[in-house]
Design a binder for this molecule. Sequence first.
Ligand code: AMP
Ligand code: ZN
Length: 114
Amino acid sequence: MSDCLFCRVVVKTIPAKIVYEDDQTLAFDDIHPQAPVHTLVIPKRHVASIQDMGESDQALLAQLLLTCRKVANDKGLADSGFRLVANTGRNGGQTVFHLHFHVMGGRHMAWPPG
Ligand code: AMP
Ligand code: ZN
C-alpha cells in the first residue's frame, strides 16, 4: 500500500537502518529507540495487525518470530534477554498500521508496561 509508512520502508522509498531481510520479513531499527536495542520486525506484505492474520499465514507468523529471535541474537541479547511487543489496535497503542514486532533489549524492561 503506497500510503503505508512501513510498505515504503519495504520498497526502500523511505530510508531505514535495515538489519536483516529475507524473502518475507524485514527488520530495521526504530527511529525513536526506547531501549539500547529497539528493532522492528515486519512482514514485507502489507498486513495491518495481528488481527488480519489467519490460518493461511502460519508460515509467515513463524518466520516473523524466527526473525525476531535472529535479530535479538545478532544484537547480543541472547544471554541478557529481550522483550517482544506487538501493539495492536487503539488500546494496544498501535500507531503504525502495518504489523510489526518490537524487539527491545539492552536494559531491564519493567512490568507491567504503561
Ligand atoms: P507502534 O506504536 O507499536 O505502532 O510502533 C510504531 C513504531 O514505529 C514507533 O516505535 C516509531 O518510533 C516507529 N517508527 C515510525 N516511523 C518510523 C520510521 N520511518 N523508521 C523506523 N521506525 C519508525
Ligand atoms: Zn504496509
